[in-house]
Design a protein around this ligand. Sequence first.
Ligand code: SF4
Length: 289
Amino acid sequence: MLEECRVCPRRCGVNRLAGESGKCHVTTQTIVSSYSPHFGEEAPLVGRHGSGTIFFTYCNLRCVFCQNYTISQLGEGSAVDREELARMMLSLQAKGCHNINLVSPTHVVPHILDALELAVDMGLHLPLVYNSGGYDSTETLELLDGIIDIYMPDAKYSDEKTAEQLSGIKDYPEVNRAAVKEMHRQVGDLQIDEQGIAQRGLLVRHLVLPNRLAGTEEVVRFLAQEVSPNTYLNVMAQYHPCHKAFDIPQLSHPLTRHEFNEAVDLAHQQGLYRLDSPHFPLPLRFILR
Ligand code: SF4
C-alpha cells in the first residue's frame, strides 16, 4: 500500500518506501509530537489514570480551523523508529493508562502495525483507540479488523462544498459515512465496563461549527438511522477560531450557546441518547453573546 500509496482515501499514488511523500508529508518514518496520559478526552477513555495518547505529526486533512495545526500541518514533532514507538506504548501502559489512544493515525497505519507487533510481543495488552479525523478508507480499516478495539472518528461535515472549503476534501461526507459504518461493523456500539471505562466499540465526535457549517442535522440523522441509535456521540462545543479560520467570516467567531444547544437538541430529536457530557463549557463572556 505504501509503494503506490493508497493508505488513505486521498490515494496519492506516491512511493513512500522510496522516500516520496504525498499530501500527508510522511514517508516511512513515523513522526510523533508527544505522548502522555491525557485527562481531557471523553470520560470513558480517561477513567482515573488517563488515556495514553500518542499524537502523530501531520494529517491527511487540511482543516482551516485546526487547533493543532502546528502539529498537523506544520510538522512539529520528532521522527521515531518502530522500537521507540513500541516503547512509548509500553511506557503509557506502565503509567496505568486505560488505553493506547492513537491520535491522527490514518496516514501512519502501516507504521503503527509494525510497532504494535513488537509492543504486543513486549507485553502490551491495553485496548487500542483509533482516534481519527474520519477520512479513512474502508480498505485500510479492514486491515485493522480485530486489532483496533475502540474507533473514535470525527464526523465533521455532511456537505461536500463545506468539506472542500474547510478541509480541502470534497468527498469527505461520503467517505466518512462509509468509514463510520465499517468501524461500527467491526466493533459495534461502545461498551463500557462497571468502572466506567470503555472496552470496545464506536465513539463519534462531532465538532459543532458556527452558522451550521458542520451540517449537524444530517450527521445525527445518519448516525441514528444508518449506524445505530445507541451510538455514543460527543457533541463538541469548543470551537474557537484559529489558524486560517479568521479569513472566513462565518468561522471568525466562537460558537454561541444557542448554536450548541440546537445541535444537542437535533441529536436528541433523532433519538441519540448516549451523549458525552452535553454542556457548553465556554466562559461567561461568550455564553452571554
Ligand atoms: S496516506 Fe498520505 S501519501 Fe498516502 S494517500 Fe494518504 S495523504 Fe497520500
